[in-house]
Every structure is written in C-alpha cells, then in structure tokens.
Ligand binder design. Sequence first.
Ligand code: ZN
Length: 139
Amino acid sequence: MKHYRKELWFNTSSRMELINITRDVEQCLNDSGIQEGLLLVNAMHITASVFINDDESGLHQDYKIWLEKLAPHAPISQYRHNNTGEDNGDAHLKRQVMGREVVVAISDAKLDFGPWEQIFYGEFDGRRKKRVLVKIIGE
Ligand code: ZN
C-alpha cells in the first residue's frame, strides 16, 4: 500500500472565508502516484472546516449569512468560551456546523466526485497561519 501526507497552509485576509482547494488536492493526488484508494482532507484547527459542495458564489454568500445568523461574531460577550480571553466562540460553532473533514474515493487516479462536487476550506477565525492535512492511502 502506498501512502502520502501533505499540509496545505492558509492565511486569509478576512475573519471568514471560503476557499476552493480542489486543484491543490488534485495536485497532491498526482504527486502521490496513487491510482485507487481513499483521500482524507481535514482542517487541523478547531475554528476551520473542510467541506464539499458547489463552487457557486451565491451559495457561498448564503453560507456566510446563514452561519452569521446561527452564530453571530458580535457581541463577543454572548459566548462563555470568550471568557477565556479569546474572541472566537462563534468560529468554534461555525466549524462544527460545516464539519472537520471530507473523504473522497480515488478511482483511476482521479477524485471520484459526483456532479458539481468541489472541496472547500472554510475559515471562521482567519488572519493567521492555519493548515489542512491531506492524507492519501491506496495502490
Ligand atoms: Zn477558541
């Protein structure tokens, strides 16, 4: 069995950002030389997500508005977590809703996606360096 590991780094300019990382993940798959297997992509931080959905700008605005309604950033005093001195209580909740990781089947050396599926990094407490793990196993 072959295995491959890589970290992808991000430093977003805004607090919340959704980034299509499908091309980066495909590059990892090409570099791995794996033809058949499984690919895992997970955020390595508890205030960021990796998820699969459509690359459609209206949908991305909808996500941001919906998440901000579910867990508004301000006032920061509404979150017990922020009693620790942090201000990212909302980001932990947004991450939980959007998920930690995705697993994609690899068939014929390609991501075996359904129609319109793309992989995204969801940042909810950005403006600092954070990373995503890509792990691939197979033959
Ligand atoms: Zn925190």
